[in-house]
Design a binder for this molecule. Sequence first.
Ligand code: HEC
Length: 303
Amino acid sequence: MYMLNIFSTKNLICLFAFFVIVSCSKKNSGEPEVAASVISNLVYSPNSLSLQSGVAGSSVKPSLSGTLPVSFSISSSPTNSGITIDSEGKVKVASTVAAGTYNISVTATNAAGTVKFDNAYSITVSASAIPQNLSYSPNSITISQGTAVASAAPSVTSSTSVSYSISVSPASPAISINNQGVISAASTLATGIYSVTVTATNSSGSKAFANAYTITVNSNSTASVTYTNTIQAIIQNNCGTCHINGPQVKFDSYASTKNNIDAILSRIKLAQGAAGMMPNGGTRLPQETINSVQKWKDDGLLE
Ligand code: HEC
C-alpha cells in the first residue's frame, strides 16, 4: 500500500526538498529573522562579595540568555547610593558604603522587555579592623603667639579603643596629643604654620592620617604698644641724630612725639626714595616697625 511506502527513498527526498523550500522561503521573506528573545537566567558567579569598609569592590559580569544589547539597573536593600551597576552588568561598591549586608536585585532590559531578577547578588561590608575616617571638626586653628590652644577630640571609626600619636611639620615639642586625640599647643609655640599628622592605633593596627590638623601661629598683636615699651626706642634709634640731638623738630619726649604722630606716620609710610620719606636720606623702616607706630596711635597713644 501507498502508506507503507512513506519512508521510501523517493518520499524522503521529497520531504527533504519540502523543508529546504520552506526554510529558504522564510529567509527570503524580508521580515525580521527571529523575534527578540526575553532575558532569562541572569547569574553572577560568584553571586556574593565580602569587603572591608573603606575598600571599593566589584562583581564579575553576569551571564544571561536573551537578545543583546541589554541594559541594567539595580535596587539595593537597604538602599545605598554607593552601590551601582555598570553597562556590562557589573555591580560596583564604592569605598564609602557603610558596614552591612546589601541584597541586590538586578533589572535587565532588552528589545523584548524588562525582567527583574530578585536577590541576584549580595554584598557584605564588614567594619574595618584598623582605625578609619579620622577627622577633626574644625580641622585647623589660627592663634596669636603666646596663646595655648587645644583642638576638639577627633571622630574616628574603630571597633576597639584607639590610641594616638603625632608627627608635626615643622617639628615642635610644644605640640602634643592626648589619649582622646585632642591636640594641644603650648603658649611657647613659635610663629609659623604647623601641619599635624595623626596616627591612630587599635588592637588590629595603625593608620596615619596625613595633615589631619593645622595650627597657624601669628605674631602676637594683642599686647598694647606704649611710648615707653616700643616707640621711644624706635625714635631714638632711627630719628635721634636729627630729631633729638640735631636741629630738626624735636621728638625727644612722650609729649612731643605724641603731638607729631600724624606727621611722623605720614612720613615713615612714604615709599623708599619718595620726597620727604623719613628717616631723611635713609632706608625705609621695616613694615613691622611702621605697623607698631600705627598700632601705638590705634591703641590710644599710651605712655
Ligand atoms: C638725617 C637726618 C634725619 C633723620 C635721621 C630723620 N629726619 Fe625727619 N627731618 C629731617 C629734615 C632735614 C627735615 C626737614 C625737611 C622735611 O620736612 O622734609 C625733617 C622733617 C621731618 C618731619 C616733618 C616735621 C615738620 O613738622 O615739618 C617729620 C614728621 C619727620 N622728619 C619725621 C622723622 C622720623 C619719624 C624719623 C625717624 C624715623 C626722621 N624724621 C628721621 C631730617 C631727618
